[in-house]
Design a protein around this ligand. Sequence first.
Ligand code: GLA
Length: 384
Amino acid sequence: MIDKQILAEKYQAIFGDETPRFFTAPGRINIIGEHTDYNGGFVLPGAVDKAITIAIKPNGTQLVNLVSIDEDEATVFFRIGGPQPKEQWASYFYGVIEEMRKRGATIGGFSAVFAGDVPLGAGMSSSAALESCVGTALNKLFNLGFSKEELAKIGQMTEHHYIGVRCGIMDQFASIFGQKGHVVRLDCRSLEYTLVPFDPKGVEIVLIDTMVKHTLASSEYNVRRAQCEAGVAVIKKYRPEVDLLRDVTIEELEEHRAEIDPEAFHRCAFVINENKRLMAACAAMEVGDYEEVGRQIYATHEGLSVEYGVSCVELDFIVNIAKEHKAVLGARMMGGGFGGCVIALVKKEGVADYIADVKQRYMVKFDKDPRVIEVEISDGAREC
Ligand code: GLA
């Protein structure tokens, strides 16, 4: 998390005011359960100690006055109820405000300075962190009374309506509900969740960023979602009560295979199997069997790469190296895909070796240094 003092000084220097309030919201990791959220399935994310932090205060006007430290202190103004700003980073603010207004909130202008240490484009949900941070701050400052669940949905709908990504609820939910030392086992259909202690003795979470920037909005994510919906539409002809892949079995999908576009069939099969892998991983975690969790994680990568088609050569390369290291229990790409990072569960004694091996071979193969990101599972959005 960014040092609050830095934001306080910037705020004072830019707005001549020493009394903003501070809010922070984290990025996330996800142990297993990828591309299941928008299919009503289960996910297992955790909030991390990398976050977006904001210094913010109402300014008594209808103007929103924003400074992004990470964009060379770029400034954007917009009027509440006015047109959407063209800068994407400012659109996250605009979207959250508009989604709150749609739900009946009255929000005044404010001045804000923000910065973050969630790596961008690494599959760690920097955008959900920003949405959750803005939502949590406005909810408090203007006494809006939105529940945490509503805040998560407001963030998700910001993506849908103002950014153009039809994402699920995992990232915003994890950023808001996360708790130190726990992962969140979330049923994305009912939004019921359980905080599961995550304490794999002697095993570390290692994140290695390919430094290949993914752009989820660049359509492929939405294409995957549409392919899942196309599969559901076929099943729905036979069982009208089915709205989500969550309710479809692999046998049922097979039964209607001939009617489903072949590519869509593989996408749907992946999602159904991914839900099963998540269940198996959760059962294994309960009895402390992280070797089994690791096996499920490897299988998830295989599925994401072959069936779901969202990996890339750089991600596959890092996962394949993992398989040569006995200390690595499991490794896979994390998040939406097409770049970003690999998450690996590695026995402590083998962490340094695995990282050194990846760094050396990755440089030779791709002429690029991958970035190792250290994370701890931490608390969700809050005033700080
Ligand atoms: C992105 C989306 C999430 C989820 C993941 C894939 O992070 O924002 O809703 O679909 O991809 O699991």
